[in-house]
Design a protein around this ligand. Structure first.
Ligand code: ZN
Ligand code: ZN
Length: 358
């Protein structure tokens, strides 16, 4: 955490502000390693503070080490922030303009007369782009739980079971295996609903055709993300062609993704394969996204990524899909970590087409 604080201080000095006021819970957790709500972090040139309340103080003092003063300000007075700024000779304060509401900004301005407020932009989010060893470990731990839960679920998929039931079972298994939470509402959609990339599980028996699971676990605040599509019944020629095209597109993108490779080009490699197979217009979302303390974060793998290239420490999903409106759809998703000179796949789950007998 000390390292993250030092990095934040460096960014702050580049920005030219005297201090940074962090109000995003996720960014505060990133900086301190502590999961608290209703608190904030103040970073000045010399001293840094975790401002929390009595509900969290004991746990915060125990778990936050190095670099921070953990304090419980007297909120009734309302001038604690101003006092801390004066004590530390803060004349300009950077605030999280992506996070703070307009009302919050107005109140901050009122509470800090004579102190210049500066937009911090994505100062902490930019640091979060590059995962350190501890973060990678947490994401891998979450992924191992998700794939173990899926391996346990597979023999349980049978005709007659409902989408909601299978989604619930997957979530239960992830939690039983140690996940503190699920990454997002589990997607388990079959038949025509599989044509919806973000469909919601229905309380009906799984239908014949594609059955898509998109799900993840959370460990120490870090998310995992994976998608697998199986077939209920026998796959006909068209379904086989769709599945193999999606897999081919994914493997091609995974083969080129590496340090220095353009984000937009990764998307293009997968998209071209899908287009050339005759499914132009059927892959209606981007190839992938970053994963970390949030399920969707930077960087994005899409055509609008400009000249952005993949950099060491980034973790991105690779998730092409083909969706035929009103009929069915198929997606396969892995997570990859960009490492020096290359990339490694963090997902350890087979991708051969699985047919569920009915
Ligand atoms: Zn996903
Ligand atoms: Zn995803």
């Amino acid at each position: 955490m000390q390292k993250r604080l030092e990095k934040a201080k460096k960014k702050l000095s580049e920005l030219g502000a005297d201090a940074l006021y962090v109000t995003s819970e996720i960014n505060a957790r990133y900086l301190t390693g502590f999961d608290f709500s209703d608190g904030s972090v103040l970073i000045t040139k010399n001293e840094s503070y975790v401002l929390t309340d009595f509900r969290y103080i004991e746990a915060a003092k125990k778990s936050i080490t190095g670099g921070y003063n953990v304090i419980v300000p007297d909120r009734a007075k309302g001038d604690y922030l101003e006092n801390l700024c004066r004590e530390n000779d803060v004349k300009s304060l950077a605030f999280e303009d992506n996070v703070l509401s307009y009302a919050g900004y107005q109140s901050l301005k009122k509470r800090l007369p004579g102190i210049e407020l500066v937009c911090a932009g994505s100062l902490i989010e930019d640091l979060r782009l590059y995962k350190d060893a501890e973060e990678v470990e947490n994401i891998i731990a979450a992924q191992r739980i998700a794939e173990q839960a899926f391996a346990e679920l597979l023999p349980e998929i049978r005709a007659g079971r409902t989408e909601t039931e299978l989604a619930a079972e997957l979530e239960y298994r992830m939690k039983r295996l140690g996940a503190e939470d699920i990454s997002f509402k589990t997607i388990c959609v079959s038949g025509t609903a599989s044509a919806l990339p973000h469909g919601v599980p229905r309380n009906i028996p799984i239908e014949r055709g594609f059955l898509t699971f998109d799900f993840g676990a959370v460990v120490n605040g870090y998310h995992s993300d994976m998608t697998r599509t199986v077939v209920v019944g026998r796959a006909d020629d068209e379904m086989r062609r769709i599945y193999n095209t999606v897999l081919k597109a994914q493997l091609a993108a995974e083969a080129v993704i590496a340090e220095g490779y353009k984000n937009a080009d990764a998307d293009k490699v997968a998209r071209d394969i899908i287009d050339e197979a005759g499914y132009k217009g059927c892959f209606g979302h981007s190839l992938g996204h970053g994963v970390g303390l949030m399920i969707h974060e930077a960087p994005g793998l899409h055509a609008r990524a400009g000249d952005a290239v993949l950099e060491v420490g980034q973790i991105v999903t690779v998730e092409p899909g083909i969706y035929i409106e009103g009929k069915y759809g198929c997606r396969i998703e892995d997570m990859m970590e960009i490492i020096p000179g290359g990339a490694r796949n963090l997902t350890n789950c087979p991708k051969e087409l699985i047919e569920i007998p009915v």
